[in-house]
Design a protein around this ligand. Sequence first.
Ligand SMILES: Cc1cc2nc3c(=O)[nH]c(=O)nc-3n(C[C@H](O)[C@H](O)[C@H](O)COP(=O)(O)OP(=O)(O)OC[C@H]3O[C@@H](n4cnc5c(N)ncnc54)[C@H](O)[C@@H]3O)c2cc1C
Length: 308
Amino acid sequence: MSVDASSVDVAIVGGGAAGLSAALVLGRARRRVVVFDAGEPRNAAAPHSYGFLGHDGISGAELLRRGRAEVESYGVGMVGARVLDIVPAAGDRFVVTTAAGTWDARAIVLATGLTDTLPAISGLSEIWGIDAAECPYCHGWEVRDRAIGVVGTTDKLPRIAALLTQWSRDVMLISSAAAAFTPEERRRLDAAGVRVMPKDVRRFATERGRLRAVVLADGEEIVRDAIFVAMPTHAASDLAGRLCDVDASGFAIADPEGRTSHTGIWAVGNATDRIAKLVHSAAAGSRAAASINQDLFEMDLQAAMASA
Ligand SMILES: Cc1cc2nc3c(=O)[nH]c(=O)nc-3n(C[C@H](O)[C@H](O)[C@H](O)COP(=O)(O)OP(=O)(O)OC[C@H]3O[C@@H](n4cnc5c(N)ncnc54)[C@H](O)[C@@H]3O)c2cc1C
């Protein structure tokens, strides 16, 4: 399918692991598919991605480059543009508007990902994805037995700090939020062996782009090799909020197949599941694709039977 074919079976918004996996299954099912991608995957700052069987350690950019080549080989159109709006139209179709033009589709996949709300600490964006991460399962192994700091603002902070002792005995939770921890949270951190520094972080001191130390508000420096950050997340796009039921952070509410409250609209990956990693996101896209194909097939079969 050429990318300027404007009428498709399925329009997929987001070309990350979730959206491309949906496109792969739908392309192989001989559906007319277009993927719109603004090109800002969540893990863009990380040079390597871990935990995806068969691809452990691959760069995120290379994974997506391979994915795009695979879907294009089945005729899926890739459009490097942000979707600005999606409007339900006559005949159970949707009109999809981008800066590059307008498409119409029978079904929509929202695979738009999420945004990590990094705390405003100087130096963090410089080391984000390199010496600072959010998920122990993705990046814990790389910093095993090293000096780990855990910072952040959400109530996940003590839980993540305790869990990290699975990877290192030298874990320090650094946050003034610790002053408000419950006695139970304190007991858990003590039992896990986490040291607690109940002070604010002023900045991360770096050398040639690598973390050297955490600098506290009072000027004290704590040497750390790696940082994990517990922070809020929210949906990266407001499209779901305009089309279907969402939760308080804008994540689409979807069933295990990715169906949302709006017939014809599916949501997959981090657009609906804030804890989904690459492999979960890919699996969700794949599963939704089979569900969409089945729905479209049934619709066409019913129409053929009605007109026979
Ligand atoms: C620093 C870091 C490191 C990570 N490391 C790992 C790891 O090692 N292993 C692992 O399994 N997971 C890792 N993750 C998690 C991983 O990034 C996510 O699980 C994964 O990106 C989710 O895939 P997705 O397709 O749902 O969303 P994304 O990959 O974020 O893709 C969403 C895409 O949709 C596009 N988009 C959004 N809105 C629109 C719009 N309106 N129109 C068009 N396009 C749009 C975006 O530009 C983006 O390209 C990491 C995350 C971070 C933050």
